[in-house]
Design a protein around this ligand. Structure first.
Ligand code: ATP
Length: 234
């Protein structure tokens, strides 16, 4: 088991955002966390990395209890988060944004480098000297994902990777996920099923801070009632 959330409760002040979330990911899986606006998807990812620590319950990564670890320590264990707002350094170039994100875990051989990213992603190579603040939403999303690779994640958490992007860009992000799936375990969030069904093997559906369903993509594809009950129609 790579990741295990057991009965996780997270609060914003008095507001009880996650109300007993339990999810599990095996190494090599690509899993989607589905749910409408406000269901608790972002909070789940933020709780895993320690940005909004669980007040009750536990988060384990590779058998280690990370529930109370600060975000930088969780990152160093090999968990990469691409947040919804993508957090670029707008005044740095694409290359510089990649360089500042470099982190290699002691004792491991790095798989990624700025040069390899430019080799594999032509679109980013062409933007090497452009300031991140001048990129389009889709270009920024590509950069955000590429930047997370610079810390050599074993587990990649992507918060609504296709949000607000034009369909042609969504396809490119999808292609990027397909490629990353080969080497990395991925948990991503989404509000509607199409992208999830295409790229994830399994899904958890969240509603009001609780997991209301754990399903394979195949089952979800065939169950329109489930889709309509819990998800945005898009
Ligand atoms: P979205 O698509 O809007 O990101 P989500 O499923 O990711 O939806 P969360 O952002 O995790 O949902 O929000 C879960 C609940 O926690 C919601 O009720 C939301 O209003 C609340 N919440 C989120 N962030 C905060 C915050 N910073 N302060 C207070 N409440 C928050």
């Amino acid at each position: 088991m790579m990741l295990k959330l057991n009965d996780v409760h997270t609060y914003y002040g008095e507001s009880h955002a996650l109300q007993g979330v339990s999810i599990e990911l095996n190494e090599g899986e690509t899993v989607c966390l589905l749910g409408r606006n406000g269901a608790g998807k972002s909070t789940t990812l933020k709780t895993i990395v320690g940005l909004t620590p669980a007040r009750r319950g536990t988060v384990e990564f590779e058998g280690v209890d990370i529930t109370a670890l600060p975000p930088y320590k969780v990152a160093r264990l090999g968990v990469g988060l691409v947040p919804e707002d993508r957090r670029m350094f707008p005044d740095l170039t694409v290359r510089e944004n990649l360089e500042v994100a470099r982190y290699v875990r002691p004792g491991t051989t790095p798989q990624w480098s700025v040069e390899r990213i430019f080799d594999e992603y032509d679109m980013l190579a062409e933007l090497e000297h452009r300031k991140a603040g001048n990129l389009s939403g889709g270009q920024q999303q590509m950069l955000a994902v590429a930047r997370s690779l610079m810390s050599e994640p074993k587990l990649l958490l992507l918060d609504e990777p296709n949000e607000g992007l034009a369909p042609v860009i969504v396809n490119q992000i999808g292609a990027l996920i397909e490629q990353l799936k080969k080497t990395t375990t991925i948990l991503f969030t989404d509000q509607s099923v199409h992208f999830a069904l295409k790229h994830a093997e399994r899904a958890y559906i969240l509603e009001k801070g609780q997991v209301v369903c754990s399903t394979t993509s195949q089952e979800l594809r065939e169950n329109e009632e489930l889709q309509q009950r819990y998800l945005s129609v898009a």
